[in-house]
Design a protein around this ligand. Structure first.
Ligand code: GDP
Ligand code: MG
Length: 451
């Protein structure tokens, strides 16, 4: 804890703007984190440039050290880019709302169709799924299976139906996806389904024929949303794939899938930066329930890979009271710290959460597990009780706490006299040590001669 205190107090002497050196040092770390998260290189470059610009103008925070402050700026910027608030699905004024899914084969479109159907159903909609992937032999069956699991209607060409119409694709023998899409919309109106989710075919790579088919389906169903479904594991390729779908079909929103894997989600930032389209949903598993609206804050923290540091920053800011800390620093350097200040400081630190958790968030704390286990909140409760059992005069001038006062305090706060002795003695030691430390770090004006 004394390291923390030292670090916190050191920041008190800093004034003015963040320095270039501070910014550059942290920007390097951030750059590595983003590349490790598979954010496309070009996107990393523009992002870092923007961060540096913004950090330059920032006043030095009293609550955070410079590195923490830059990380905070980065995080805010990331959350902003990723969407700020989550955008909701836009529903048609006159039903049915048509949602078309597009993306590479294996991205998770068919699975998503089932997830969306269940999610919509739970919100009181009556969705219908449409099987427009007639490329793969078992694609229709797969959609029927997820539809059944979600308990919704699936519109599919009859098995064994023959190709109809001039635009029928020879070779697949099950029909024309554009025709299926058109008939499905008519059926949805008839059967009063208010949302239609159109599943389409994908290829392993971007492919002209596939784009043409998707564009034709789009023209036939006039979707309210075209969702580009992208596997979060795709990494650097996210940019080219997203650009191809943007130019070939166009889309109004993005769904990230397979977030249950170990991908750090850099694709989210790349796709968003390059296409400007919002990310609406996140898919995180094979089950229909593994699905949620997209949370920019969670994704930002995942991309940065500094979730614990971010939590610590948040807590430190909440608990920090600048004036109180300055006052304490001044008293500390002059050796006038009282038990009242001690209690206040303890309460401020404890506002941040259980003390073990707090220390556990510090980088490298993993190796200190045993010691952390000994920093017991119950023990702190007792210390607080003892200080609360003292009179204001005793807290202000602990030297007056003699034997009979110690007995009274012990009885009043339900502890032994020995515990009171311990606290008082340790307080005097700590006060002496802090005054020396304060002298060494050069705050509190000219106190350097105390050591
Ligand atoms: P499509 O070709 O775009 O329709 O992709 P599918 O929906 O058929 O999904 C391809 C594979 O990825 C299947 O094995 C799915 O079970 C799996 N899958 C889809 N979404 C997720 C996800 O969010 N997490 C995981 N782990 N697997 C998924
Ligand atoms: Mg599919």
């Amino acid at each position: 804890l004394s390291d923390r205190l030292t670090a916190a107090l050191q920041t008190l002497t800093r004034k003015g703007k963040l320095s270039d050196a501070d910014i550059d040092a942290t920007a390097r770390e951030i750059r590595i984190a983003l590349l490790e998260a598979d954010v496309a290189l070009g996107v990393v470059k523009t992002f870092i440039a923007r961060i540096k610009e913004r950090a330059k103008g920032a006043e030095v925070s009293q609550a955070l050290n410079p590195a923490q402050q830059v990380i905070k700026i980065v995080n805010e910027e990331l959350v902003g880019i990723l969407g700020g608030e989550t955008r909701r699905l836009s529903l048609a004024k006159t039903p049915p709302t048509v949602i078309m899914l597009a993306g590479l084969q294996g991205a998770g479109k068919t699975t998503l169709a089932g997830k969306l159907a269940l999610w919509l159903k739970k919100q009181g909609h009556a969705p219908m799924l449409v099987a427009c992937d007639l490329q793969r032999p078992n694609a229709v069956t797969q959609l029927q299976v997820v539809g059944e699991r979600a308990g919704v209607t699936v519109f599919a060409p009859h098995p064994g139906a023959t190709a109809t119409g001039a635009s029928a694709q020879p070779g697949n023998g099950v029909g024309d996806p554009v025709d299926v899409a058109r008939r499905a919309i008519a059926e949805a109106k008839h059967a009063q389904h208010d949302v239609v989710v159109v599943d389409t075919a994908g290829r392993l790579g971007v492919d002209e024929e596939l784009m043409k088919q998707a564009a034709d389906i789009r023209d036939a169903v006039e979707p309210d949303e075209v969702l580009f479904v992208v596997d979060a594991m795709i990494g650097q390729d996210a940019v080219t794939t997203a650009e191809a779908f943007r130019d070939g079909v166009g889309f109004t929103g993005v769904v990230l899938t397979k977030l249950d894997g170990d991908a750090r989600g850099g694709a989210a930032l790349s796709v968003r930066e390059v296409t400007g389209q919002p990310i609406l949903f996140a898919s995180n598993g094979e089950k229909l329930e593994d699905f949620d609206t997209f949370h920019p804050d969670r994704m930002a923290s995942r991309i940065l890979g500094m979730g614990d540091v971010l939590t610590l920053i948040e807590h430190a800011e909440q608990a920090f009271d600048q004036q109180q800390a300055e006052k304490a620093a001044e008293k500390l350097s002059s050796g006038q710290l009282t038990l009242e200040d001690f209690l206040e400081q303890m309460l401020a630190v404890r506002k941040m959460g259980p003390i073990g958790n707090l220390l556990g968030m510090l980088p490298g704390a993993g190796q200190m597990k045993d010691q952390l286990a000994q920093v017991d909140d119950k023990h702190l409760d007792r210390l607080q009780a003892i200080i609360r059992g003292m009179t204001p005069a005793e807290r202000a001038d602990p030297k007056m706490i003699n034997g009979s006062r110690r007995l009274r305090i012990a009885n009043g706060s339900g502890v032994t006299v020995r515990e009171v002795n311990d606290l008082v003695n340790r307080f005097f030691e700590a006060r002496k040590m802090m005054a020396q430390m304060a002298g060494r770090f050069g705050f509190g004006g000219g106190g350097g001669s105390k050591s």
